[in-house]
Design a protein around this ligand. Structure first.
Ligand SMILES: Cc1cc2nc3c(=O)[nH]c(=O)nc-3n(C[C@H](O)[C@H](O)[C@H](O)COP(=O)(O)OP(=O)(O)OC[C@H]3O[C@@H](n4cnc5c(N)ncnc54)[C@H](O)[C@@H]3O)c2cc1C
Length: 240
């Protein structure tokens, strides 16, 4: 919540889970600037490191993505100069709607790239690992697993390529970005799980890349808008 006083805003509130919140020198806060304005009463305020009342909590302990920090941010009577308003007053909703599609497509691209890499690692692994005197790759079940995952990745990539083209020419809408986000990240999760299974016990060992990918990738269906929220956006557009 931010109240306007003279030539600055007075910002109060907090936000849990901010990627790179510890390292960031500059954070963009979505603050309510017109209490009765609903979705159209929020603005983007740029808060700078060192502003009085702007504090960070601890670096949160996650199950994956250990190299990246995730922080809690606290704002107590932070005086934000009026010129730190980003974009239009009460325009946060529109600004976010315009740019969220890009964030979602970025997450989807990381998801398909991650899934394809896991498939590559696992394809190599099942060719090398022997069980009952022959490589795992000789077992029909294993070949079917790899075939299914490869097909799902190829189909997903085709849809994503179309979304990237749309993004490049400025026509990607929120619905298609949401479809790409939930579908590609759920695929990544499925691929990580099934590839880990194909590694057997070694898949559970942190020294194997598949184990790290399993925990690192788990967040993908949660941040940037959960799978359920993506489906809400798509469902609403179809059933309004
Ligand atoms: C590592 C990490 C980094 C993050 N980085 C950032 C960041 O940089 N910036 C930022 O703004 N946020 C960030 N987040 C926050 C993230 O976007 C949220 O955690 C996520 O959107 C889910 O919100 P929530 O945690 O409040 O879950 P909740 O909203 O409590 O959801 C709990 C469950 O209920 C479901 N649910 C909630 N509402 C509905 C609904 N209407 N219909 C159906 N199901 C519903 C959700 O899908 C979920 O499964 C980060 C989170 C994590 C864990």
């Amino acid at each position: 919540m931010a109240d306007v006083r003279d030539n600055h805003w007075v910002l109060n509130g907090s936000k849990t889970f901010i990627s790179n919140g510890i390292h960031a020198d500059l954070v963009i806060v979505v603050a309510r600037t017109t209490p009765e304005g609903g979705a159209h009463g929020m603005s983007l305020l740029v808060v700078e490191r060192g502003m009085e009342g702007f504090e960070r909590g601890r670096n949160l302990d996650k199950i994956g993505q250990k190299a990246q920090d995730t922080a809690e941010l606290f704002f107590r009577d932070v005086r934000v100069p009026k010129e730190n308003l980003l974009g239009e007053l009460n325009g946060a909703f529109i600004h976010l709607m315009t740019n969220l599609a890009q964030e979602r497509i970025t997450i989807a691209v990381a998801a398909i790239a991650g899934a394809e890499r896991l498939l590559e690692i696992t394809t190599q692994y099942v060719k090398e690992r022997e069980a009952f005197g022959r490589p795992l790759a000789k077992l029909q079940h294993v070949r079917f697993e790899i075939a299914e995952l490869a097909t799902e990745c190829a189909v997903t990539r085709a849809f994503l390529d179309r979304c990237i083209e749309e993004h490049a020419n400025g026509s990607l809408d929120a619905v298609h970005a949401s479809m790409a986000k939930w579908w590609a990240t759920e695929l990544q999760k499925r691929v990580a799980d099934r590839c880990l299974q194909l590694h057997g016990g070694y898949g559970y060992m942190t020294e194997y890349p598949i184990a790290k990918a399993f925990t690192d990738g788990r967040i993908q269906t949660i941040y940037g808008g959960t799978t359920e929220i993506m489906k809400e956006i798509i469902g609403r557009s179809l059933l309004a």
